[in-house]
Design a protein around this ligand. Structure first.
Ligand SMILES: [Zn+2]
Length: 294
């Protein structure tokens, strides 16, 4: 379970989103049996996607984030659904040769790469989904999303995504801040102060970690001091949204020829979901039924 907060400052000049996603990273690791480096970088993308949760309104709304880079990790995808489910896929999830670097709290340029495209697909049930795209400019995930949202929101935006391995545990946290229209110079300088402060608070928390207070409680206490109001709090879970129906639709999209070939083979087929590894079996009869729909 992860918590997401939407907040606003006392002058209504900037808004903040916070995501506390430790459990999501742990669930990803449990399911994918992935390396530390993979959990950390995937965790950042999942956290970014979680920060966008308040954009979803209807039950069927969804947001996909895709990063296609020149790094060793290959394709990265995160899917967020308005039924509070989030899931992720990393093409190469067992790159343990990078783990030592990541365990020290550093990142490797070769893991993520520094070239490629970042795509955001927002499906809000309209005629066609909204698709936004930018080039990848850095091997730092936060910088890529700051760049994306500064351009698409056309306002000053700051994104920071941090996932740290602490002993056998993960601490995963992200925030996004936006200045609202008609901001003043004073608001802009306060924005920078807040942004730097939330970046360093995670370090402070890790260095002084005691079991008395969660990072969520720690951040909430800071928000109170600065009169930053929480206006919405939501919860999401790491869970796949796959179903028999979605697998059928995928098979239908293959077309008549491919499906006829499967029937000719005369054998049951098994399809594994890329996100959760759930196995779906389809008999020759199932495929024939699908062919009748085409
Ligand atoms: Zn699945």
């Amino acid at each position: 379970m992860a918590k997401i907060l939407r907040c606003i400052d006392e002058h209504n000049s900037m808004r903040f989103f916070f995501a506390f996603t430790d459990d999501i990273v742990k669930d990803f690791e449990k399911l994918q049996k992935s390396s530390v480096s993979a959990n950390i970088e995937m965790g950042k993308i999942l956290t970014m996607n979680a920060l966008l949760y308040s954009d979803l309104k209807n039950d069927t709304d969804s947001i996909d984030l895709k990063l296609k880079t020149n790094g060793d990790c290959g394709l990265i995808i995160s899917k967020l659904y308005n039924n509070s489910f989030i899931t992720g896929y990393l093409e190469n999830k067992n790159l343990s040769k990078y783990d030592k670097i990541y365990e020290k709290g550093k990142i490797s340029k070769d893991f993520i790469g520094d070239n490629g495209i970042l795509v955001l697909i927002k499906d809000l049930g309209l005629k066609s989904p909204y698709i936004g795209q930018t080039s990848i400019i850095s091997s730092n995930i936060s910088e890529n999303f700051t760049n994306y949202f500064s351009a698409s929101n056309q306002t000053v935006t700051s994104v920071n995504l941090e996932v740290k391995k602490v002993l056998d545990d993960y601490i995963s946290f992200g925030f996004m801040m936006e200045l609202l229209p008609n901001y003043t110079e004073k608001d802009l300088s306060q924005f920078t102060i807040y942004s730097d402060m939330f970046k360093t608070e995670l370090e402070n928390y890790i260095n002084s970690k005691s079991d008395d207070m969660s990072f969520y409680d720690y951040i909430c206490s800071i928000l109170k001091i600065f009169n930053i109001r929480i206006i919405e709090e939501k919860i999401i879970h790491y869970k796949c949204n796959c179903s028999d129906e979605k697998i059928d639709n995928m098979l239908l999209s293959l077309g008549k020829k491919e499906l006829n070939d499967i029937v000719k083979e005369g054998k049951e087929i098994e399809i594994a979901c890329n996100f959760c590894d759930k196995k779906y079996k389809k008999s020759v009869e199932d495929i024939k039924d699908l062919l009748n729909e085409l």
